[in-house]
Design a protein around this ligand. Structure first.
Ligand code: FDA
Length: 285
């Protein structure tokens, strides 16, 4: 799939290109619309530590290139891409090198949250790196039963959180399965994060969640500059424009690279209409 020209054409709806230059051009373009970016080099679950180190080197180049282009050096990464399946210690040192560079450039590294088998290790690594360098934060998924406790732990340590619903298939022993429960948890956690005042990132395309967050902020006198909304590149562009026009801060998660297949499949799975979009385009080509 990743090398097929037809599939590559389709993925361009959600992926900002295969090279760093294309991704930088996308960041510049969206900045022109008043939107900031966090850059993600696609890839997860690497098979060798050499691959993990190559990923780290790419991320260092990304920070430097963003800085050089006068764009805030802000990146998002997955620990399995930095070698978490192979060696926790090597993974942590790879990420440490990056966070140290980000700190020196006044940038920020967001450590994405993957499936629940990685949650404990991710939180431990983030906590240690934050203590060493600052300049990093992580992601909390509202579908996990444990997230309320994790949010309190992160608030206590002053670690910035991006809140999302969660994108992996999880069993009912660890995650809420009903949308209503995931949404209730989302609004509860968003309220805690907004109250705590550590500049949370509210990542969702769900208008009800966004309305709930806007209402909470305005009822509690929390200004629009004290949090940011985040969305994925290519999703709900209408809503993105509307929120910027209303004066909210918006950051897009901008993925690029060759290894787009797992990311693309998660985006398709989130919305049946996307599968129809894929099927229609495959039939046409
Ligand atoms: P929900 O899935 O309920 O969708 C609400 C509405 O949004 C839909 O009705 C539709 O209109 C629109 N929508 C949502 N997804 C769409 C799609 N793929 N295509 C078109 N329309 C769509 N997850 C994770 O587990 N770990 C992480 O680190 C991150 N990081 C992250 C960063 C950012 C910036 C965002 C926005 C999201 C993530 N996610 C994530 C993904 C997140 O967990 C979740 O899977 C998606 O955001 C979809 O959930 P929504 O909150 O948008 O709501």
């Amino acid at each position: 799939m990743e090398t097929s020209p037809v599939a590559r054409g389709l993925s361009s709806r959600f992926v900002a290109g295969s090279s760093l230059d294309e991704a930088l051009a996308a960041c510049v373009r969206i900045r022109g619309e008043g939107i900031s970016a966090t850059l993600d080099y696609l890839g997860e679950n690497v098979h060798t530590l050499d691959e993990a180190r190559a990923c780290r080197d790419m991320y260092v180049r990304m920070l430097d290139a963003l800085h050089g282009a006068g764009i805030e050096p802000n990146v998002s990464l997955k620990l399995t891409q930095f070698g978490l399946d192979l060696s926790t210690g090597a993974c942590e040192e790879n990420v440490a090198m990056l966070v140290e560079r980000a700190a020196s450039l006044n940038g920020f590294v967001r450590i994405d949250m993957e499936a629940s088998q990685y949650t404990d290790r991710t939180l431990s690594i983030v906590t240690r790196l934050h203590e060493r360098f600052g300049a990093c934060g992580t992601v909390i998924q509202s579908y996990l039963l444990r997230s309320a406790a994790d949010v309190e732990m992160l608030i206590e340590r002053g670690i910035r959180v991006r809140l999302c619903k969660g994108a992996y298939l999880e069993p009912p022993t660890v995650a809420f399965s009903a949308k209503s429960e995931v949404d209730r948890s989302y609004l509860h956690l968003a309220g805690r994060l907004l109250e705590a005042g550590l500049y949370p990132a509210i990542a969702t395309h769900d208008e009800q969640m966004i309305e709930g967050v806007k209402r909470f902020a305005s009822n509690h006198g929390i200004g629009k500059e004290r949090f940011e909304l985040q969305m994925l590149y290519g999703i709900r562009r209408d809503l993105q424009r509307q929120l910027v026009a209303e004066g909210y801060r918006l950051r897009l998660y901008v993925p690029f690279g060759e290894a787009w297949y797992p990311y693309f499949m998660r985006r398709l799975a989130e919305r049946p209409a996307n599968v129809l979009f894929l099927a229609r385009n495959l039939m046409r080509s």
